[in-house]
Design a protein around this ligand. Sequence first.
Ligand SMILES: [Zn+2]
Length: 263
Amino acid sequence: MDSLNEVLEKILQEHTGKQAGQQPKEQKQYECQKCKDTGFVEKVDEKGYPISIRCDCYKIRLAKKIMDQSGISTEFRKKTFDNFQTLQDKQLVNAKRKAMQYVEGFRQTENTRYNSILFCGQVGAGKTHLGTAICGTLMKERIAVMYMAYRNAVTKLKQTITDEEGYSKEINLYTSARVLYIDDLLKGRLTEADVNILYEIVNYRYMNNMPMIVSTEKSPAELVDFDEAIGSRLIEMCRGNIIQLSGKGLNYRLYGNGGVSGG
Ligand SMILES: [Zn+2]
């Protein structure tokens, strides 16, 4: 299987019409021929004035950069649907089927109220594997997914909170992404600032019907208990796609490493 980086390179190349061996030498230095790597293209607005708009390559490039920084690129290679082991466990079989159905139906549900998916369960239950497999598959279909490592992202946002421009640039990564993957939602100690930041992201995406893929150790009830406004919005958006991996003795990582029973 191609690594995520190779996949993204291919996307960028196809997207920008770059074909190996067919370009004059002086054009080869740009990754994107359309904008010559400036990230902007010139257009004319409805009144006939020239304007600069973001090139289509921008979101793909940005998603790639964030994933490279987060180290998740390696995970995409490792965690696919093909190598998710269900171990004939009914819960895991269903979880995998749901995840694959979500990807198949993505383009139909994308702009609807119920366009998101939630994986709940303990560490090692397989939720991150399935969430990552969904993201990897969407990326291959040229759907830019922004990865948000919940704890790190919120910490970084809090550090920029007094810098209005910096904060809005940073939070915009998560509000404006076509698809947002929130990994390990509500992990760690929570402050009021965490809640406010999370609400800002979730509410924006809720209001605009923008899909989220969420993994968390909390149960749906715990999400609502934690904060009703955030929890209820998430649960509404994930209707029909809430997957709980919490059965007794279900420890995917232990099983996967050679059949040691989780109890
Ligand atoms: Zn471009």
